[in-house]
Design a protein around this ligand. Structure first.
Ligand SMILES: Cc1cc2nc3c(=O)[nH]c(=O)nc-3n(C[C@H](O)[C@H](O)[C@H](O)COP(=O)(O)OP(=O)(O)OC[C@H]3O[C@@H](n4cnc5c(N)ncnc54)[C@H](O)[C@@H]3O)c2cc1C
Length: 498
């Protein structure tokens, strides 16, 4: 893109991955960029929690998938991730606990993965080869032709390879049907369907196109940035600052001055300042429904009510004064019925009766996240959005999950805690202005994909574009980084057109 004729002043609302990415790209293109963040720390849902007794926790993301997206971001600015943080490949990538003595370790090496499959179901290693070949095709086409598109018009997708590959991309088949064509064993099905949970929807409601995530997980590897995801946040902030971006924390945006369908000034808690363009990288629903007057909104409250949101979560951050032998870095507890829990998230929203949960123990890989001889444990239970949460409910689930975890580990954990904090729906709402207390944004269902997602462009306000996990391409850290890039390009196109 050619340089802008004059320097334009841009405000970015929110400093999550989408805001950081948009800010860095806009500054590189010659804009003067200021980021306003309501919280004390940068990073949004990927903030870190530092305790006074030597633990630090990633508050949100813990799975570093799709390393190519991170590489692209840093390469675009002349760097590579290794200039800022040390990435480690996890092996096993993760374990799935189906029962106390029924645990599947998912290896990082593909030949070992084939052996694992064959040992569980005869002939399934050949099926896996075919499955992964198709998933690699979807990943390549998806990354090159789909996810970096703004999703403003169907014409963006009028591409020979896309049209030719439409059948193979399986947009209209569900991931659940697709997986069952290849595998019969329920454990293999669970392993192959699990990435749909990253996309915030049930495998039945997720297009098989997203088996590209199986390629991401099983072929590209599960990585860990030493020091945690917070290191990635720091690195992206550093890149943005080197481009000249300025950050203002504890300064929420509270509204806009709009004249002739353009934002002329942004109001924050402390000032009012003129800007030529705005990237709304806080939750889309909050910007639309709380910061804009009704006549400037793309969507009505009814539209938002009809969206399928990705789940919220009940989280525990735990410091443990001893080592817990049986835990690995990533542990998925699939020892109860996924269908029942999923129903209670999406179809009849309620507190789950027998929840599945996930335990992350970063201290297995990183000695700095906990005092010597201690463990740093993060437990996450997916939950329907919009539920009421209180201390009693959090405690009830803590006991339920701890009982299952201790039973699996064969040792007591709860008597050895020297740090414990819970986090739930009401915290997501108050900390991030999250719609319904969602953790991961908007679900990637067929009816909420590409041009069917909330538009990246405000149709009434010409210089306002949205970024983040409620617009294209969807939930997760890599999509948030891509979203910031795409929104920045859209705003630049607009500025060039003036
Ligand atoms: C518990 C959890 C686990 C996850 N695990 C993974 C994982 O393992 N791997 C993965 O890839 N993804 C994961 N995700 C998803 C991923 O973290 C998010 O999709 C991504 O970080 C969203 O980035 P974002 O920039 O869109 O939004 P956010 O990170 O929420 O950033 C938005 C920012 O806007 C700020 N803001 C809100 N209102 C205002 C206002 N009025 N003025 C100024 N600022 C405002 C908020 O404070 C926030 O900092 C997880 C998320 C959660 C919550």
């Amino acid at each position: 893109m050619p340089a802008l004729k004059t320097i334009k002043n841009i405000a970015v609302i929110g400093s999550g991955f989408a805001g950081l990415s948009a800010a860095a790209y806009l500054a590189k293109a010659g804009c003067s960029v200021e980021v306003f963040e309501k919280n004390e720390d940068i990073g949004g849902r990927a903030r870190q929690l530092h305790t006074t007794n030597g633990y630090f926790f990633d508050m949100g993301p813990s799975w570093y998938w799709m390393p190519d997206v991170f590489e692209k971001f840093f390469n675009d600015f002349g760097y590579k991730p290794a200039d800022f943080y040390d990435l480690r490949l996890l092996d096993p990538e993760y374990v799935i606990v189906f029962g106390k003595d029924d645990v599947m370790e998912v290896p990082a090496s593909v030949p070992a993965l084939f052996r694992l499959f064959e040992g569980i179901e005869k002939g399934s290693s050949d099926a896996l080869k075919l499955f992964l070949k198709e998933a690699a095709f979807k990943y390549r086409v998806g990354m090159n032709k789909l996810v970096y598109k703004p999703g403003l018009s169907i014409r963006e997708f009028a591409d020979a390879e896309l049209v030719k590959g439409l059948f193979r991309l399986q947009v209209f088949t569900s991931l659940s049907t697709h997986v069952r064509k290849y595998f019969k064993d329920p454990r293999l099905i669970a392993l192959m369907e699990f990435p749909a949970l990253f996309l915030g929807a049930m495998p039945e409601d997720t297009p098989a196109l997203y088996s590209l995530m199986n390629h991401a997980g099983l072929k590209l590897g599960t990585w860990y940035p030493m020091g945690g995801f917070g290191k990635v946040v720091e690195a992206m902030k550093e890149v943005a600052e080197r481009q000249g971006v300025k950050f203002y924390t504890e300064e929420p945006v509270t509204g806009f001055n709009i004249r002739q369908h353009k934002i002329t000034a942004v109001q924050t808690a402390f000032r009012q300042k003129e800007f030529d363009g705005v990237i709304g990288a806080a939750d889309y629903h909050h910007i639309e429904q709380q910061l804009l007057e009704p006549q400037y909104r793309n969507y009505s409250p009814g539209y938002w009510k009809g969206r399928v949101m990705a789940p919220s979560a009940l989280i525990y951050y735990l410091g443990v004064k001893k080592k817990v032998k049986k835990l690995k870095h990533h542990n998925l507890f699939f020892d109860e019925d996924l269908k029942v829990h999923a129903q209670q998230i999406y179809k009849q929203p309620q507190w789950p009766t027998k929840p599945l949960f996930y335990v992350c123990c970063t201290s297995k890989t990183d000695s700095k996240v906990a005092p010597a001889g201690h463990e740093n444990i993060f437990i996450l239970m997916p939950l329907a959005v919009g539920l009421e949460d209180n201390e009693d409910t959090r405690e009830k689930y803590f006991e339920m999950i701890m009982n299952r975890l201790e039973d699996y580990c064969g040792e007591n954990i709860s008597n050895h805690l020297d740090y414990k904090k819970s986090y739930c729906v009401s915290d997501f709402k108050s900390d991030y202005n999250s719609f319904g207390g969602n953790a991961y944004g908007l679900a990637n269902t067929l009816r909420q994909t590409a041009i069917l997602k909330p538009s990246i462009r405000n149709k009434q306000v010409k210089n306002l574009f949205y970024a983040g996990h409620l617009t294209v391409p969807g939930p997760g850290v890599p999509p948030a980084i891509i979203s910031g890039n795409v929104a920045a390009n859209q705003l630049l196109n607009y500025l060039h057109s003036l």
